[in-house]
Ligand binder design. Structure first.
Ligand SMILES: Nc1ncnc2c1ncn2[C@@H]1O[C@H](COP(=O)(O)OP(=O)(O)O)[C@@H](O)[C@H]1O
Ligand SMILES: [Mg+2]
Length: 213
């Protein structure tokens, strides 16, 4: 089963979410991570796990479309693959969207997210033409100011685009994500009882329900 965290825009939280999700699911499932991000963020965080005696993630690298095809052909229900996409448009990042059982796209609630999503929508539409399949990505509000309660503008935009579906969970802006990353820890390993952990757990529950796992 393939879960891809994808957006052609950088800095939206893909690697942060992929990392925390992988650690969270690793407790109950066999998890493999594919690091498609040239920044290798998740790989660097994983190296810190090693230095801090924490169980490492299994991270794989895919260099070309043939390697990707071979990996997908060997995919089975016994493992979960989490793909951390690069924050740019490329053949491999597009394939990741296409091969996924579910695509999660983190966005903030800032107005300029709209232009990023419009570009993303073009990419999805091109993929739909090539694959002759309908693609829906799940939009996850991330890095949201804890005071903000109203997302009407963004909600209207998302509901008017058939390519996008808004997830119910919201990940707020929490300092723990950065503090935990410096130690190679997930936010849950950093503090089991924080608001960040509580919000992230709700997201994981929503995702598992969608996947039926
Ligand atoms: N919910 C959040 N609260 C606080 N900081 C966050 C949150 N999500 C992401 N960040 C921070 O934003 C920055 C970019 O995140 P990253 O996961 O590297 O984005 P991407 O992989 O999309 O480029 C990092 O410094 C990360 O710690
Ligand atoms: Mg990244």
């Amino acid at each position: 089963m393939i879960i891809t965290i994808s957006h052609q825009k950088g800095g939206v939280g893909k690697s942060t979410i992929a990392f925390n999700l992988a650690i969270s699911l690793m407790k109950s499932y066999k998890v493999e991570v594919i690091d498609l991000d040239v920044q290798r963020t998740i790989t660097h965080t994983n190296q810190l796990r090693f230095s801090n005696n924490l169980k490492k993630l299994e991270i794989l690298y895919i260099e070309n479309e043939q390697e990707f095809d071979e990996y997908i052909n060997k995919d089975n229900d016994k493992k979960l693959t989490i793909i951390d996409s690069g924050g740019f448009d490329s053949a491999l990042n597009r394939l990741a969207i296409y091969y996924s059982d579910i695509v999660i796209t983190p966005v903030s609630d800032r107005f300029n997210e709209i232009s990023g999503l419009m570009k993303y929508k073009e990419i999805i539409n091109e993929l739909e033409v090539i694959t002759k399949e309908k693609i829906v990505v799940n939009i996850l509000l991330n890095n949201i100011n804890p005071q903000v309660k109203n997302f009407e503008g963004l909600e209207n935009f998302i509901s008017s685009n058939k390519e996008f579906k808004l997830m119910k969970s919201i990940l707020r802006q929490r300092v723990d994500y950065d503090k935990a990353a410096w130690l190679g820890k997930s936010i849950k390993e950093y503090n089991k009882k924080s608001k960040a952990t509580d919000e992230f757990n709700k997201f994981v529950t929503e995702l598992k329900k969608k996947l039926g796992i």
